[in-house]
Design a protein around this ligand. Structure first.
Ligand code: ARG
Length: 585
């Protein structure tokens, strides 16, 4: 609706003030009393025209002239002027009602934001590091990244979900060497001379033990360094050890992704390794990179540090890999938009990478876009960085387990209280949907750049802006529709939705705003636009339901359709947020 209105006003502006070249400014009204939408062009246009020949006398004159040129349409029911020259717009009820009927019969595909169809969108998210802990920061990246992917997928973009796993680097030297020592010790103790699964069973422990020796034993450190060189030169034995570590790590990550319902294509740092030298050579040859204090650097305007694409010892690092990855995504993947989801701590890194790419001419005005989607920290209830009591980083798997078991407990209790049968398989399904949904929702509902406190009590609250509350709200609506025992889809085709009651109208208007919430989410790359919309939707439904009797009322058919439309749109939001809807709890 916002886009359609903007188009109408675009025409009105070109007709009334052809030479002003004004872009329509249309937004939803903050106060529903004034109208549904407003057009705010008159004031600025008045300022612009001041002093020109035949200039209008007041902004209100401009507004009237615009209104006079508004093309005939079936969207706007009435307009009014307010303040210095705001144009308030009231939408046509019939238009809203038809939109909703059309959505019920034709599905939600046509409600996806336009302009992204067929566009190649590469989203680099999750991206944990092999053999290091996958911490809550990676959880945030996974959840936010997945939601962005789902939104673009709804828009029918060609989405490439990339897991830029940290699977290459000097840490592998010490890991490989430590594993070799463990095997030698096993042989010396009379064991078999072959690899054992237990060597990679606990990767965090492997990392910890190897790191300790690396820091404390000079001789081990030297051997670890040599192992890196061997690995980099393609020595088969070292490569085999490296692969075993990666495979074990992959199994852990995959288990978590399966639980969360997230799919990702792994394309780790090692993938770009063969390209690093050429990329750095290209940057040097083009004069984009220069040698500074032995290191190869790209200096980017406005940045106080350079991007180091090759260290003084000749080694390549995180930055070189990101340059190679960017080039690959532009040239081979033919990306239209590349999006990176990491904590805000990496903002400068990405500013440098994007700046260097501009300097190299890889990114040009009007060409493919790049965006860094930064997010804040997850804090514990004490307001400090989220850690376990013993001070360790919180293991993601344990978090999900706890959320799930807490939900299972409440669901069971509720059923027993209501004298309902407790079917374990159902409890399990509902507990997963609620528990994992709650963790995701609690993360997504904050603007991504804010730090938020991780609290099971808050996120599992039955009241308030939580997934649990919303899942119950949805199940309740599904229950209402079920109870009516009508074929709502047949109804949608035959019976119109009447919006005579103000609460019906308010709900209908909000239902129709889904595309706008998604446009805003894309514009700001902010999933909380979707959670805000969803929460408002359920509030609007509640207030409709309080005042408007559904089953057994004269308007039963029409109100059932509104209820079903609410449920359909709620499910779409759940889907975009990666939350499984429940029909009965
Ligand atoms: N592995 C990195 C980390 O854990 C995140 C990688 C993000 N993606 C990228 N292309 N740099 O911090």
């Amino acid at each position: 609706m916002r886009t359609e209105l903007a188009e109408l006003f675009r025409t009105a502006l070109t007709v009334s003030y052809p030479s002003a070249g004004a872009e329509p400014v249309v937004a939803a009204c903050n106060n529903a009393k004034n109208g549904d939408y407003q057009c705010n062009n008159a004031m600025a246009l008045f300022g612009k025209l001041k002093g020109t020949e035949g200039a209008p006398k007041a902004p209100r004159d401009v507004a009237n002239a615009i209104l006079g040129a508004l093309p005939k349409n079936d969207l706007v029911a009435e307009t009014s002027l307010a303040g210095p020259g705001f144009i308030n717009i009231r939408l046509n009820r019939e238009y809203l009602s038809k939109r909703i009927s059309g959505m019920l019969t034709g599905g939600l595909a046509s409600w996806a934001p336009t302009g992204h169809k067929g566009k190649k969108v590469v989203i680099d998210f999750s991206s944990p590091n092999v053999a290091k802990e996958m911490h809550v920061g990676h959880l945030r990246s996974t959840i936010i990244g997945d939601t962005l992917c789902r939104i673009f997928e709804y828009c029918e973009s060609d989405v490439l979900r990339l897991n830029h796993v940290g699977d290459w680097g000097t840490q592998f030297g010490m890991l490989i060497e430590h594993m070799a020592d463990t095997r030698k010790a096993r042989v010396a103790a009379g064991g078999e001379d072959k690899d054992a699964d237990e060597d990679v069973a606990d990767l965090q422990e492997l990392y910890r033990a190897a790191k300790k020796r690396f820091d404390e034993e000079e001789e081990f450190k030297t051997r670890a360094r040599e192992a890196v060189t061997r690995l980099q030169s393609g020595d088969p034995v070292s490569l085999a050890s490296w692969q075993r570590i990666c495979a074990a790590s992959r199994r852990e990550f995959e288990a978590l992704y399966t639980r969360l319902g997230v799919t990702l294509q792994e394309r780790g740092e090692s993938f770009y390794n063969p390209m690093l030298k050429d990329v750095v050579d290209e940057l040097k040859a083009a004069g984009v990179a220069t040698i500074d204090d032995g290191a190869t650097c790209v200096f980017v305007e406005g940045q106080n540090v350079p991007l180091i694409v090759q260290k003084s010892d000749g080694g390549f690092g995180y930055a070189s890999t990101d340059m190679a990855a960017l080039k690959h995504r532009l040239n081979e993947e033919k990306a239209d938009w590349i999006i990176y989801v990491t904590d805000v701590g990496q903002s400068q890194h990405f500013e440098l990478v994007f700046g260097a790419a501009k300097k190299a001419g890889w990114l040009v005005e009007g060409g493919p876009k790049v965006s860094h989607v930064g997010f804040g920290l997850v804090l514990g209830e004490d307001g400090k960085r989220f850690r376990t009591r013993s001070g360790d980083l919180v293991r993601l798997v344990e978090l999900l387990d706890e959320a799930k078991s807490r939900c299972a407990k409440t669901i069971r209790e509720r059923r027993e209280e209501n004298g309902e049968e407790v079917v374990e398989a159902e409890v399990e399904e509902a507990a997963c949907a609620m528990g994992y949904g709650a963790v995701k929702y609690a993360d997504l509902k904050n603007h991504r750049t804010t730090n938020y406190k991780f609290s099971f009590d808050d996120m599992l609250n039955l009241k308030g802006n939580t997934a649990v509350y919303l899942l119950y709200a949805h199940a309740r609506i599904a229950g209402i529709v079920r109870k009516a025992e009508k074929d709502v889809y047949a109804l949608a085709a035959s019976s119109p939705i009447s919006l005579d009651h103000p609460k019906e109208l308010e709900l209908a208007l909000h239902i129709c705003k889904l595309p706008e919430a998604l446009e805003d989410a894309i514009e700001e790359l902010a999933p909380n636009r979707v959670t805000d919309y969803l929460y408002d939707l359920s509030e609007k439904f509640n207030s409709f339901y309080v005042d408007c009797k559904v089953i057994g009322s004269e308007q039963e058919a029409s109100r059932l359709l509104l209820s079903e439309a609410t449920a359909v749109v709620m499910r779409k939001c759940f889907e975009l947020l990666g939350i499984k809807p429940l029909y009965r709890i």
